[in-house]
Design a protein around this ligand. Sequence first.
Ligand SMILES: Cc1cc2nc3c(=O)[nH]c(=O)nc-3n(C[C@H](O)[C@H](O)[C@H](O)COP(=O)(O)O)c2cc1C
Length: 342
Amino acid sequence: MVFCHPLPTSAAIAALYRVFYDDFLSRIPEPAAIAFGQSMLRWLPLDRLGVLGLDDPRLATSLGGVPLPNPLILAAMYFDPVILGRAMGLGFGAVTTKTITPAPRPGHPAPNLVRMRTAAGPGLVNCNGFHNPGLEAFRDAIARVPHRVPLIVSVAGDSAEEYVTMARALAPLGDLVELNVSSPNTKLVYAWSSRPQELRAMLEAVRAAVSPPVIVKLSPDFADVNEREIIPAALEAGLTIVNYGNTRRIDEPRLSQGFGGLSGPEIFAATLENLCRTRRRFGDALEIVATGGVDAPDKAVTLLREGARAVGYFTGFVTRGPMLTRRILEALRREGLPARDR
Ligand SMILES: Cc1cc2nc3c(=O)[nH]c(=O)nc-3n(C[C@H](O)[C@H](O)[C@H](O)COP(=O)(O)O)c2cc1C
């Protein structure tokens, strides 16, 4: 075990953020909270504070052969290049873009994001519907973002051909490509899990089209199909990384669609179960990014101990603040993770 001194202020700053979230951010209307949070990220030079990251070669790992300074990944949510660039300086080992589609999409009408207090802690339910600027505008914007850490470009489309087009167009601008076949808010993407044969052909076509490593992002709602059909198809196509996974579909009458994707600590137990089962079944052939419900250092530690190659999170970034990254990295260093022998 490696001994280290945590930054004395990291727990204090995290506690302050908790008060800020509980007493302010979680009480104002959701659209105002989103606008406020994104403005803070855009305008405050948090990445220059130098206290959120932890440079230590012992934390380094790799994903699909791409070196990461540490195994923490900001999960897909942001497309603004200023925010993505900023996030690269907040301690993450890699940053994922929002899922980009061929044409711009306005997303689903408001309300498309609501908070949900669960027994496990604060979560979110969204039916964002892939609000994004579309391929052309995004390609121009993202080309200007320097890769301080690897960038994972997330893509989706209406058909296998569109996934290939998207992957081919954005792969040169990312270090890895993530195929979103799992967001529950649009039929377009969620339906892939009910068409595993078509999905197999799509994965093969993408593999043939792009050279950076490709991640397949899975839904926690389709464990059977994932493990019986999708992961074997990915492995046979030569795609050896999965992100397990996306939000869990639930009914939510407060949202414009009447349903959405639940994220946050309520889904952590499923993330851990899916990781452990998948790891047992597929062994070292598969690199697993475990995403879903990480909002505390011990959860990231558990996932890495159970064999995750990397750990993704988004909701914890909002509810626990940017200091969570530093606190997780300190815990990983104390625990001697990621293990060196993998
Ligand atoms: C508002 C919102 C937007 C999201 N947008 C995307 C997206 O564009 N593509 C995607 O693959 N996942 C998206 N996700 C899912 C997250 O990347 C992540 O997989 C999920 O929230 C579970 O992790 P968490 O519990 O740490 O948030 C989104 C989640 C939220 C809350």
